[in-house]
Design a protein around this ligand. Structure first.
Ligand SMILES: Cc1cc2nc3c(=O)[nH]c(=O)nc-3n(C[C@H](O)[C@H](O)[C@H](O)COP(=O)(O)OP(=O)(O)OC[C@H]3O[C@@H](n4cnc5c(N)ncnc54)[C@H](O)[C@@H]3O)c2cc1C
Length: 512
């Protein structure tokens, strides 16, 4: 459970609104027709057509495994079929089938977004699963790496291990390259080079009309910009090409603390943030928990040079820790990712949890932290009484990171900031509405505190936000308008808006 909870801290959202079973017969028949055509096509073109590796429907023994291939169990829904194309050509054919049948669909990368309906779909739809896009290639001069979107970040770090370069992917090894990048993305190197998407220099995209295009500085430049955090509104990305960062050995260590240390950890966080912004090699992962059993508050320290216990983290060093999860280690980012092992999906023995997360970025301000923590404590106790788990996570973002992210649509305010998020995990579907309400109320109170103290920020981190948080609108009116016009240009028929089941869709943004 400890490891399971640890990975709740690195993360994001969940909008577990119950699936409204307003599926019309016509929708079901459209999706059945799309599945039939997809199956026929794959049976005719796959090398081993009898296995139909890329196609699963309710008749298949693999069906439940594929339906349940999500981080959060609130995303489990019985799709009409799940298609996993193995090539850009197969994906383009699937797009053609979907557009011609008018079927509802979802695109699934690593299934790590917590928002129900973002990458899942009910019996009225088809899932396009991208997990077979697993190519990775490092350019001969090592400056760029092209990564298939179905890769998990852990695989990418392993591939680059020993090359002397790495990439600013996700911190957890398990979210997919595609979904994590399309939401902007925080990585281990964010305070050095900006969000994950800021390092993207090219993408291959399958459009709604089945054409395959390249987006880079010379071709479809505005599309490249939109893909750096602008969600799934333009086409399906098959690969991203990233600038690499020369990096070899780094230092890291992680410690668990009991809840009694939370106040001290909060002070240490603020002290650390006041100085760390001058050192872009420093990075922490930080979680507070009010649970009184096994210690669940946690700080992970990472320094991007092989310097043991660097003084930048000294505000934390005198706080008594209860246990060490990773001892002081000098290694590569691949070593770090392996040590941060997390289950792909809930593991046997660990009840699958339903997850919900709220994104609460604010400027660095001690009074806001204090009020937020008081609010968190109040709700965390209520959650614990119900047997649920609530965590408060800090994600410091420096002004340098803001500057380096200026080639994305995120439109970040040029101040030192913290993309705070609070996560809630529970087990039973019948508790969904109570749990969701609890986290939404907490979010409102923390945002009110930020407003009171003048530290409020408009931005909501798409990878951490629940769907009503309207991440795309938080990029500002001007950028939202640009994203809308780019989406209209590349998908004039509006297939991604009308037929896609969910996600950060521009037609659902409030445009306030
Ligand atoms: C344990 C854990 C740790 C995490 N750690 C981090 C972290 O360190 N940094 C960070 O930034 N985020 C982190 N996240 C958040 C995560 O990056 C987001 O939830 C992200 O959306 C997951 O991407 P995915 O492809 O795995 O999920 P999915 O649910 O499969 O996809 C997310 C969204 O992207 C769309 N999508 C996926 N692939 C494509 C594609 N190829 N083309 C078009 N649309 C696509 C989907 O349709 C969906 O709308 C973490 C989440 C978890 C659960």
């Amino acid at each position: 459970m400890a490891i399971f909870l640890l990975f709740a801290i690195l993360l994001s959202t969940s909008n577990c609104v119950s699936f409204a079973s307003s599926v019309s017969d016509e929708e079901v028949s459209r999706s059945r027709q799309a599945c039939k055509l997809a199956r026929e096509y794959l049976a005719g073109t796959t090398v081993n057509s009898s296995s139909l590796e890329g196609y699963v429907d309710p008749r298949s023994s693999l069906y439940s495994d594929r339906v349940e291939a999500y981080w959060s169990s609130n995303c489990w829904q019985n799709a009409s079929c799940i298609v996993s194309p193995a090539s850009t050509e197969e994906l383009a054919e699937m797009m053609s089938i979907i557009a011609s049948t008018n079927a509802t669909f979802s695109v699934r990368g690593g299934g790590h977004n917590f928002n129900r309906n973002f990458s899942s779909v009910g019996p009225n739809g088809i899932i396009l699963d991208m997990t077979r896009f697993t190519n990775i290639s490092l350019a001969a001069d090592k400056r760029l790496v092209t990564v298939g979107v179905g890769n998990r970040w852990g695989t990418v770090y392993n591939y680059l291990d020993g090359t002397g370069v790495s990439v600013n992917g996700g911190r957890s090894p398990n979210p997919s390259v595609g979904g994590q990048t399309l939401g902007g993305g925080i990585g281990w190197l964010t305070n050095l080079v900006g969000v994950t998407a800021a390092s993207v220099v090219a993408a291959e995209v399958v459009l709604a009309d089945s054409s395959v295009i390249q987006a880079d500085e010379e071709h479809n430049r505005e599309l490249l910009w939109a893909l750096k955090g602008g969600g799934p509104n333009y086409g399906i990305v098959t690969s991203f090409t990233y600038k690499t960062i020369p990096i070899d050995k780094v230092w890291f260590a992680t410690r668990w603390y009991s809840a009694e240390q939370n106040r001290a950890l909060l002070h240490a966080l603020f002290d650390y943030e006041m100085t760390s912004t001058r050192d872009s090699k420093a990075n922490i992962v930080y979680q507070l928990s009010e649970e009184t059993g096994a210690p669940q508050s946690f700080v992970g320290f990472l320094y991007l040079d092989p310097v043991e216990w660097p003084s930048i983290f000294s505000p934390f060093y005198n706080i008594t820790h209860a246990a060490t999860m990773i001892n002081s280690t000098t290694g590569t980012l691949s070593d770090l990712a392996s040590n941060y092992y997390a289950p792909q999906y809930p593991e046997p023995g660990i009840p699958p949890s339903r997850d919900y997360v709220v994104s609460l970025p604010h400027k660095l301000d001690e009074a806001t932290y204090n009020d937020s923590y008081a609010t968190f404590t109040k709700y965390a106790k209520q959650a614990a009484d119900l047997g649920w788990h609530m965590n408060y996570g800090s994600q410091p973002i420096s002004k340098l990171a803001v500057h380096e992210s200026s080639n994305t649509p995120l439109n970040l305010t040029n101040v030192e900031q913290d993309w705070v998020h609070v996560t809630l995990q529970w087990e039973l579907a019948e508790d969904d509405s109570t749990a969701i309400k609890m986290l939404q109320e907490l979010g409102k109170e923390i945002l009110a505190a930020a407003t009171r103290h003048g530290s409020h920020l408009r931005y909501r981190f798409a990878n951490d936000a629940y769907s009503e948080q309207d991440a795309l609108s938080s990029y500002g009116e001007g950028n939202l308008r640009k994203l809308i016009s780019i989406s209209r240009k590349y998908d004039p028929a509006g297939v991604f808006q009308r037929q896609q089941n969910g996600g950060w869709l521009i037609d659902r943004a409030q445009r306030n």
